[in-house]
Design a protein around this ligand. Structure first.
Ligand SMILES: CCc1ccc([C@H](C)CC(=O)N[C@@H]2O[C@H](CO)[C@@H](O)[C@H](O)[C@H]2O)cc1
Length: 795
């Protein structure tokens, strides 16, 4: 595949697909034309993969997720097809800067955070491994809101990724299903018949997902909602223009926007409709494909593995039973067992408020037949386990966690610690009743996006040092370890990090108007804003450091740039207060001439996948400081370690496994363990005690309370301060001094550049296990019982 070919194809698309003459082309036109030319090169492996899967008559995996946090796709496709140099040459030959062309693509922000991004990494790995699978989700017209700051306060604005044509999808008007809602269930000669009173059409939009080296491609099928009868001409003729389009608008509401909550169950009816809409359309599509190849529906589990990405598609259990029993006449118990044989359920959070519980009355109104079926499942489980103390239906609610567990043949947590906590807490009773149902599948991330695309300097160095095979066999990074004692390699490693830091400094200057010193330590915390992730502990430590530098300006300090990134759910008041506080503290500290050269705070708005790709390669320190027992896994922690940023963190989620693999000496540990946190909470006034014992913390809290960072306004942070002083459920105060001490250890370590770079390089060399390829191989063997349809990549 020469540059000439890609160039001629790009120019052909510019002319015939975009209808643009090169002299008049805008960057958008070139980006679209190049995208279409690159997409053309995905079609052949895509068709071949589909044919191979059909020919194999084997098993397929279906990953059902309300979220796919994809980001941009052009560079990802170019990387997986090995067309980087060609694509850059094509842009330059058209008179456009490659980076500018790539930057013209909007992020597909169809997710909130960890869960959605994990789904996207999993799709890349399933294609790279040749695991026949499809992603199923919702084609939201508006993804996660755009974040901007007004005087440091988060303002949400609608996200408009579809304002421009989406280059990577194929609309499938021929794949359309009517999805029913509401109505009643009545008896009809001994059978229960659902008579819904609403219907919405689900139309498929397919995006090919190409794997490394373009050897296999799966499909991401996203459903868009449309009205059965969209336009009311009679109303229009009556001049009731709103009335005329109301049916269309109402129907499209279902796929209009992503719910921006990532930890609390909004419990909104529309959310339940979204969950049923995509789950029902996906199951219809799965059964259509199966019935096109096989007769006996009881054989479904041998050919179909369905993974529930948290409880959000949990209605899949009752819906599959409804299809098998009500529509295909299978007897109920066989239908239930058949469904269980297909279903796997992944739990991603222990936060009680994040576990979905739908009021029975709401389920009865939206999905009356499903509520009946859920009742029968629960009764059946009670009959099988008379003394059980776990219920799907309890206190007038439908517990979607219990439903998912009982309807799945395998349940997994997303890190070793999390899986143990799932067994000991949220599902302790069900674990007792089904002791071999829970397995662990520690998360992973795709090295194609998070090293090859995001960090070309490191990619080149690693490739030059150990050859090309690490990209699809990441544990080969361990072959770098002997080179860590080689000065030449370490100089090149440090140079790569420096290149990335200078690039980030340039971007911060150009986009944020902030000048940072690339020699300073880039200390980064990027993730959704949440009390358990403890961004407020980070900013309190920053204030304490500021105080310490001001008290001893000539002391031996390590220049540090504190970089934050992250959105708060619009309704999460305290998280929004934390955002405001970080911006307010930054405003004061950055203006302080005494400390300016030693400490800066930067918080670029609208953190997303593309910004993560820019920040992570430039990081020196990875902040993973959640309250132990609260972060199910984390995946940012893995991306930072791979890109040579040692972690300061607690023994929480996958931090535990990162520390085990990179070595305790290459990890800055602090804080209470999960059991210690639980014990500490039982101590009356544990926060006040900790504050009394820590003058640094007490001073910082008092400064926040007294308005030092809010122009004397003593109300602005009353919420955060009172919560910390009187509740502090996430033990910020009790972990503060440990955190402070760990940060001072970081300072000392960073002042030894060679020593620091050694830690950084060992983090890279020892984090290969955290590839999502390893994770997917685990699911394939222990959950889906499926074999890849291609041999492992040889290069
Ligand atoms: C009902 C609202 C809602 C929406 C999303 C969620 C997600 C489960 C939250 C989430 O993203 N969890 C994160 O999942 C990652 C992938 O497994 C983990 O690495 C993170 O630790 C976990 O917080 C909970 C509740």
């Amino acid at each position: 595949m020469t540059h000439a070919d890609l160039r001629s194809d790009t120019l052909r698309h510019l002319e015939f697909s975009l209808g643009k003459d090169l002299p008049h082309a805008h960057v958008y036109d070139v980006r679209m034309a190049l995208s279409l030319a690159v997409r053309d090169r995905i079609i052949t492996p895509w068709f071949a993969s589909t044919r191979a899967a059909y020919a194999a008559r084997g098993k397929r995996v279906y990953y059902l997720s309300m979220e796919f946090l994809i980001g941009r796709l052009l560079e990802d496709a170019i990387v997986n097809l090995g067309l980087m140099d060609e694509a850059r040459a094509v842009c330059e030959s058209c008179g456009f800067d490659f980076a500018t062309v790539l930057a013209n693509e909007p992020d597909a922000a169809l997710g909130n955070g960890g869960l959605g991004r994990l789904a996207a990494c999993f799709l890349d790995s399933m294609s790279t491994l040749g695991c026949p699978g499809h992603g199923y989700g919702i084609r939201y017209e508006h993804g996660l809101f755009q974040q901007r700051f007004e005087d440091g306060v988060q303002i949400e604005e609608p996200e408009e990724w579809l304002r421009q044509k989406h280059a990577w999808e194929f609309e499938r008007p021929e794949v359309m299903y009517g999805i029913a809602f509401g109505g009643h269930v009545r008896d009809h000669d001994g059978r229960r018949v659902w008579e819904p009173d609403e219907q919405v059409l689900a139309k498929a939009h397919d995006t090919p997902v190409i794997g490394w080296r373009g050897r296999w491609a799966n499909t991401l099928r996203l459903w868009g909602a449309e009205a059965v009868h969209g336009f009311d001409l009679a109303a229009f003729n009556r001049g009731d223009y709103m009335g005329a389009t109301a049916p269309e608008a109402l129907a499209r509401t279902i796929s209009r926007v992503l719910y921006p909550d990532d930890t609390s169950d909004a419990g909104k009816e529309l959310r339940l409709r979204q969950e049923y809409f995509f789950t029902a359309a996906s199951l219809r599509d799965i059964l259509r494909r199966f019935c096109g190849e096989h007769e006996d529906l009881a054989a479904l589990p041998r050919h179909v593995a369905i993974q529930l990405n948290d409880t959000h598609p949990a209605i899949a259990g009752p819906e599959l039973i409804r299809l098998l029993h009500d529509e295909h006449g299978m007897d109920f118990d066989t239908a239930e067992d058949t469904a269980r044989g297909c279903l796997g359920y992944t739990n991603h959070t222990l936060m009680p408020e994040a576990l979905e519980r739908w009021p029975e009355w709401l389920m009865d109104r939206v999905l009356p037949r499903h509520l009946e079926i859920i009742g029968r499942i629960d009764e059946g489980h009670a009959r099988a386990h008379p003394h059980r103390n776990a219920h799907i239906l309890s206190d007038g609610n439908v517990n979607m966690g219990e439903l998912s567990f009982i309807m799945a043949h395998k349940v997994n947590g997303v890190s070793a610690l999390h899986t143990d906590l799932v067994k000991d807490t949220v599902f302790a009773e069900l674990h007792r009743l089904h002791p071999d149902r829970i397995v662990n599948q520690t998360n992973g991330v795709t090295p194609r996006r998070w090293i090859v695309a995001a960090n070309p300097a490191l990619r080149k160095l690693v490739g030059d040092t150990i050859g090309p095979r690490w990209v699809s066999d990441l544990e080969r990074l361990s072959e770098l370890e002997p080179h860590v004692d080689d000065a030449g390699f370490m100089d090149a490693y440090a140079a790569a990090k420096r290149t990335n830091k200078e690039a980030l400094a340039r971007w911060l200057r150009e986009t944020q108007g902030v000048t940072v010193n690339p020699a300073a330590m880039f200390d980064i915390q990027i993730k959704r804003i949440h009390e358990y992730k403890r961004q407020h502990m980070n900013i309190l430590e920053t204030i304490a450091l500021w105080n310490a530098i001001r008290e001893d300006p000539n002391g031996e300090w390590t220049p540090r740039v504190k970089i934050f990134g992250g959105k708060a759910a619009p309704g999460y008041v305290l998280a929004k207060e934390i955002i405001h506080l970080i911006n307010d503290v930054g405003r004061v500290i950055n203006a302080d001439p005494v400390t300016r050269d030693w400490l800066q705070v930067v918080y670029p708005p609208n953190y997303n996948v593309t910004m993560a790709e820019r920040l992570i390669p430039a990081a020196d320190l990875s902040e993973q400081i959640s309250t132990a027992g609260k972060e199910a896994s984390g995946t940012g922690n893995m991306k930072f370690a791979m890109n040579g940023a040692p972690t300061i963190g607690t023994l929480d989620g996958a931090n535990v496994e990162i520390r085990e693999r990179v070595g305790a000496e290459n990890f800055f540990l602090f804080g209470m363990t999960a059991p210690e946190v639980v014990a500490r909470r039982t101590v009356e006034g544990h926060a006040a005690q900790a504050i009394d014992a820590s003058p640094r913390l007490a001073q910082a809290l008092e400064q926040v309370a007294s308005g030092v960072f809010s122009d004397g306004d003593t109300d602005r942070y009353r919420g955060v301060v009172d919560n910390l002083r009187h509740h502090d459920f996430f033990v910020v105060c009790s972990d503060f001094d440990g955190y402070w001490d760990a940060q001072r250890r970081v300072d000392a370590a960073f002042r030894d550049p060679a020593g620091w770079m050694r830690m950084a390089a060992l983090n890279t060399a020892r984090s290969g296990w955290f590839s999502s390829d390893r994770t997917i191989r685990g699911y394939m063997a222990e959950v889906w019982d499926i074999a890849p349809l291609i041999a492992p990549a040889s290069d």
